[in-house]
Design a protein around this ligand. Structure first.
Ligand code: ZN
Length: 144
């Protein structure tokens, strides 16, 4: 098991990754370990797929619905001006989607979130912040 996200999925199964927000049928929604963009989350497929085109069509449709539910939950809690969703996989080639809520007061609003990547580590969440943000997001799934 050499893929970073396969390892994370494995740790999630063992209850050893405390950033889990919600388990879907095909994916896990995690709070991002940094919150440079408040509400930043990542949706990771349970199985290792390299590309979205590698996901069987029926699962892909379910996965899309899971992405939309994750999007709605994040939107309801954080009320961003715009959500940036992206799936790159150049660093870790396991299908995952980043959700970056973007806000009105962001001076870099029209730029892609990755241009601020060098600052992400400066915004690591504390355990208390993490638990609070996860609780707020989990509440949305109870209502869905
Ligand atoms: Zn993987």
């Amino acid at each position: 098991m050499s893929c970073l996200l396969c390892e994370r999925v494995g740790r999630t199964h063992l209850n050893q990754y405390p950033f889990l927000i919600h388990e879907f049928k095909n994916s896990y929604l995690y709070l991002g370990e940094h919150q440079f963009y408040r509400g930043y989350c990542v949706l990771v497929t349970k199985e290792h797929f390299r590309e979205m085109t590698d996901v069987p069509e029926d699962k892909r449709e379910e996965l899309f619905k899971e992405m939309m539910k994750a999007h709605s939950a994040i939107e309801k809690v954080f009320k961003p001006k715009k959500m940036n969703m992206c799936s790159l996989g150049n660093v870790v080639d396991h299908v995952h989607w980043h959700f970056f809520p973007r806000y009105e007061n962001d001076p870099q609003f029209t730029n892609p979130p990755w241009l601020q990547m060098h600052l992400f580590d400066s915004a690591k969440v504390t355990t208390d912040e993490r638990d609070e943000l996860i609780r707020m997001l989990k509440d949305q799934f109870i209502l869905m």
